[in-house]
Write a protein that binds this ligand. Structure first.
Ligand code: TXA
Ligand code: MG
Length: 355
């Protein structure tokens, strides 16, 4: 197996070296604020083929493309409606991909033959610096093997992609920890959410009304409205090796743990986030604690910390040899007066409850 070059995104020379690899048709893993991506030149079908091979990605699953700034976004797309243009101007850079008509800059291979492409400008400054050096739109799905959870730090990215990518850029852990929202403005009154993410749809709706988009409806997947599918959501996703069980209440938790213990399953518990933990000074991330009964447990300090750490905990639970992950899933109304549609979506997919 070939080895991947390890580079550091904080080092300007390394960023330039990684950009040359992309320009020469190679593949580079790089950090973003959502998850780490496996990148290649979106205009070069030979480079794109390497992404599909490295991930074992189904051939009908188009890639998200990353650009450095608004001008590059407009150059990679065409014929956008007013709603779509508003989203680009107000939500980019950000953890949001917008489906638009693709320009000739984007190879048909990147979009698996579709006339559209998902574009986004990452929020992470160093990532945008790297993209600007590449000088081309960079296609990058999450840097995991197909079906597995996305890497949210350098070590996880190396576990998934060492020997499969030409280079891996180390950088900060992904601040958000879940993949971008995917939005598609079918026309100026119809906004489809193809994949939920960490954006506040309530305030977006208010902002859009203020901006003059009247009679707008926002359609969520599973809302009963026709939402054009993101092809990737048809496939098994975000799943660790351990089997994932979800609970919504303490009673459900008790029942689940009892029955799994009877089956002698070793369990990793991802408990409901607690504000009590949030008040402990300096506590940043949750890690598993070995319990007296031999199972592992952890509890995030907040909903956003739960989002940020979810995939890392999936990885850790697999490393610890746990056969079952029992994870709290937020209700529609959530905790702290807000919910996370993105968490619900990823947890339900990991548990095989959505397809
Ligand atoms: O946060 C993210 O979006 C990360 C980072 C690396 O930017 N990327 C990511 O890519 O999550 P990936 O490939 O794992 O997910 C891309 C999703 C897939 O479900 C795919 O089907 C959908 O985007 N998609 C891409 N192009 C599309 C298009 N033209 N129409 C509909 N869905 C599209
Ligand atoms: Mg993915």
């Amino acid at each position: 197996m070939k080895t991947s070059l390890h580079l550091d995104i904080y080092d300007a020379r390394h960023r330039a070296q990684a950009a040359s690899i992309i320009k020469d048709g190679g593949t580079v893993v790089f950090p973003t604020e959502t998850v780490y991506g496996l990148g290649a030149d979106a205009g070069n079908p030979h480079a794109i083929a390497k992404i599909f091979a490295a991930k074992g990605r189904p051939a009908d699953n188009p890639l998200i493309v990353h650009v450095a700034n608004q001008q590059a976004f407009l150059d990679a797309s065409h014929d956008q409606n007013q709603l779509s243009l508003y989203l680009v101007e107000h939500l980019q850079p950000g953890p949001v991909s917008i489906i638009v008509q693709r320009s000739e800059q984007i190879s048909s291979a990147t979009s698996t033959g579709l006339a559209t492409v998902g574009l986004r400008i990452p929020q992470l400054d160093l990532c945008r610096d790297f993209l600007a050096l590449c000088g081309c739109p960079v296609a990058a799905p999450s840097a995991n093997l197909s079906g597995q959870p996305s890497p949210t730090n350098f070590a996880m990215a190396c576990r998934a992609m060492d020997g499969r990518a030409d280079a891996i850029l180390s950088g900060p852990p992904s601040q958000l920890g879940l993949e971008s929202a995917i939005l598609y403005a079918a026309d100026d009154q119809t906004l489809h959410v193809l994949r939920p993410g960490q954006i506040d749809l309530n305030s977006l709706k208010i902002d859009l009304a203020k901006a003059g988009f009247v009679g707008l409806s926002i359609h969520l997947p599973g809302s009963g409205q026709h939402v054009p599918p993101a092809p990737g959501t048809r496939h098994r996703h975000y799943a660790p090796h351990a089997k994932v069980y979800l609970y919504y209440s303490q009673d459900q938790l008790k029942e689940l743990v009892q029955s799994l213990c009877l089956q002698n399953q070793s369990i990793a518990l991802l408990a409901e986030p607690s504000q009590a933990i949030a008040s402990q000074a300096g506590r940043q991330t949750s890690q598993f604690t070995l319990m007296p009964d031999g199972n592992y447990s952890c509890q995030a300090a907040s909903l956003s910390e739960y989002e940020q750490s979810l995939y890392r905990l999936f990885f850790d639970a697999d490393d610890l040899g746990c056969k079952a992950i029992v994870a709290w899933c937020p209700h529609q109304d959530g905790i702290f007066g807000q919910t996370s549609l993105a968490l619900q979506d990823r947890l339900q997919r990991a548990a095989g409850k959505l397809n």
